[in-house]
Design a protein around this ligand. Sequence first.
Ligand code: ZN
Length: 279
Amino acid sequence: MLKVEENQGVTCLEGNVVSSGIKLGTVYAFLVDGMLVDTGPQIIESEFTSYLLEQSFELVTLTHSHEDHSGNAPWIQKTKQVPIYIHPLGVEICAQASPYPKYRQLTWGVREKFRAIPLGETIQTQTRQWRVIYTPGHAEDHVSLLDEGTGRLFSGDLFVTPRTKVIMDSESIPVIMNSIRTLLKYGFESMFCCHAGYIPNGKEMLIKKLEYLENLYGEVENLYKKGLSIEEIKHKLFPKDYPIIRFSSGEWDSLHIISSIAAHFELEKDKSCSFPETL
Ligand SMILES: [Zn+2]
């Protein structure tokens, strides 16, 4: 059963994925002003669809194409016939049936293909206009939605936790940091996160996350400049062996935190080397 809660005019739909009594994850979708933000994972389709069948909404916006957010979009397209929007980079991914590894299909379900419409710079709901802010780093097609009038932000998977310990190999810490900096330029207070739910002091929590990542960045930089390898830095900063690392065959790993930061130093180095040194 979905847990349904109302916060700041947003209906928060909380779904829990449980396997053999073990909770694998919590995923939220949100209903606001006639718009559904994300759709939940297919593996608990019946929980989301039995609730959504009774609700009226005119459009769906996906914060990104990951299967725990887009899982029930094909059902919505068939049943509700409402437009489903995503960042232009996500359209092609939605047109493919479950383009992700087996362990993710077992965890989140099998998402069929569906037709998504590219988002513009804003999205209009019944009474509000939402600013679509491009916030890559977690996924290339990731956006956040902001209602500047009421200070409500949908942050997709940009936040999740203030102290990130493992990421996917497709993620980049420096790009995530830049996306957080982009969001912090705007006025907002509350945040709706797809895994942590309603966070009343959202801006404060995003600042906390940025501070944690900036510290981490500095630590990696120091060790890297001392000549330590990426593996050695991982063992120093993240010695714990998280079960997800093995379960995902390394798609998730603390190592990707270090390597994405190191790749950023190399990029900066290349930039500064591109000037002629003959002067
Ligand atoms: Zn995601």
